[in-house]
Each structure stands twice: as structure tokens, then as C-alpha cells.
Design a protein. Sequence first.
Length: 358
Amino acid sequence: MSMLTFGKNAPIFTLLRPALPGLAFCALVGILINQLDRTVNSPYLDGLLIALVIGIAVKNLFPSAVWHQTGSKLTGKTVLEFAVMILGASVFAPDIIQSGFGLFSLVITGVVGSMALAYLVGHKVLGLNRKLAVLVGVGNSVCGNSAVAVMAPVIGARPSDVGAAIGISAILGAMQILLLQLLVPIFGLSDYHYGILAGMAVYAVAQVYAASAVVSETSASVAVIVKLGRVLLLSPVVITTALLQSRFARSRAIDETHEIGSSTNRHWSMAYLYVPWFMIGFIIFSGLRSVGVIDEVMGVQIRDMSKLLFTMAMVGIGLSVDLRTIVSVGPRVALTIVVILTFMITLSIVGGSFLNTI
């Protein structure tokens, strides 16, 4: 029988049948959370975080359950990767380019510096595993939970690493909504300057708007532009990390994600071989959106679909997380995040004061 034949004994049916319970559960929970997120629309309630928590709760309340394992693993990997690919349709490069070279340079400095600090402080000083340190860095330097979800399959991060990075970062991000505005009178920040600060330092996009809109609409507008600048760097950061990981693995004759044995894989000139397929798709979708092939309406629709798939994937990832692992690394993750936030706030106040005068 052909491998493409669809029958009850066909290979594809045999492959998918064990995954159906887990897939159905992740899809159902994802749809419900997505609808709740749209209805409530609160910066304090993040759909990805809720999905992750539900998955973790089910896993740890019913540790012997196995009915979901095949489907949740498929959702946490393949569905996640597809969500990453189509997320590119939400990136409109011209919006960021118009913000100006000075502001974008500040954003680049913040992202690169935060990634470096996450690795040096989190991994080298505090002893977090390298992949967790990278997830903490990309989440807090780029675009929150989505960045963590995008980076995780690229570096082969464990579900517990994803859970720790998202859970603790989201909690501290919510606290910023309440506390960051206190810096306005302390440093005498203008609305424009505070917008830069909020856009640079706050974790998730919704939280950026909430933390800045409480000061003024000007602050909110500037903050969103700055945050979009960080989002635009997601693809370069992820691809650079993938290339560095491949080089790191080759130097030790160990590849943590896939075999590297072919002679064609040994040169930087063949670097594209190390770029995951879904990141290539992300770049293509981003390019189509930026040149207008995908218009704004379609871009929003694709972004919404991506968000639903991300939510499903977070349920699947949560179903593989041992809560004890998150608890064991929690204080070190939190301290790493505080160091990153301190850097971002300092950079924003100093660099923003210059931009505020031009």
C-alpha cells in the first residue's frame, strides 16, 4: 500500500491516531483561552501564560496520565513551529524604519546587551542551563512570550525551560505596569522619554501599552513603536542564535538538536542549512507583508491564527513540564530578569535623554 493512501490501516492514520486525544485537548483549551483573552482583553491576563499554566496543572495533578503525551508533544513542536512561521505576517518593516536611526540604534543596543547579560549573568554566574538563559534573554529583550516560544524549538529547549522563562518573566512584567510609571517624577521624564523607557523595558506588547498609556497617549504611541522595533529584531536574533549554537555544537562534536555529519555542513558559507525551516518561512511572510502582498487586514487575520496556534502549543508544552523543575530555578531566573531590566531602564534613561533633545 502506498504511503500516501488514506485508510484506517494507512501509515498516516496509524501515526496520527495516538495523537488525537492530546491534539483535541490542546485545541479545545486553546480555543477557549483565545476567546477569553479577546473578551477580557486585559494586559494582566496573557493567553499564552494561562495556557501554559493549565497544561502544567494537568501534568502535575495527574502525573500518571499518558493519554495526552503523543498529541501534546506534536502540538508543542510542529504546531508551534507553524505558528512561528506565519507570525512573520504581522511584521511590517517600514513602520520601524520610519522611527529613525537613532531610536532603532538604541533598540538594537538594548536587545544585544540584554541577550549578552542573560547569558553571562544567568548561565555563567547563576548557573542556569544555557538554553534557559537564552530563553530568558530573548523573552525580556525582544517580545515576551512569543519570542520564548519562537526560540524554544530552534535551540531545542526543554518544556521546563519554556515554563520557567515565560512564567517568571510574565509575573515580573505585570508588576512593571504598576511600578514603572513611578520613575517619571523621580527622573523628570517627558512623555516622549517615558515612552522610550516603557517600550524598551516592559516584557509583552500588551503590557507595554498598559504601562505607557497610564502616563499619556504620546507615551503609548512612542512605546509601541519602540516595542515594534524590538519585535523586528526577533528573526535576526533567532537566526544568529541558531548559527552560534551550530558552531558551538560542532566545536565539541555534539549537536543538541540534530546530527551534523555531512561535509556540506561544515562551513559558514552553508549557514542556511542551520536556519530552521519555520524561520525561513517567517522571513518570507514578513517580506510579503512589508511589500504589500499581504495587506494589513490579512496580516491581522494571520496574526490571530498564529496566536491561536501559539496558545495551543503552550498547552502542549505545559503538559510536559514538571513543576518542581521551575521552582528549583525560579529565584535565579528572577534575578537574571532583574539584571536585564536594570540594564534596559538605565540604557533608556541615558540614551532616551539624548533622543529627547533632538
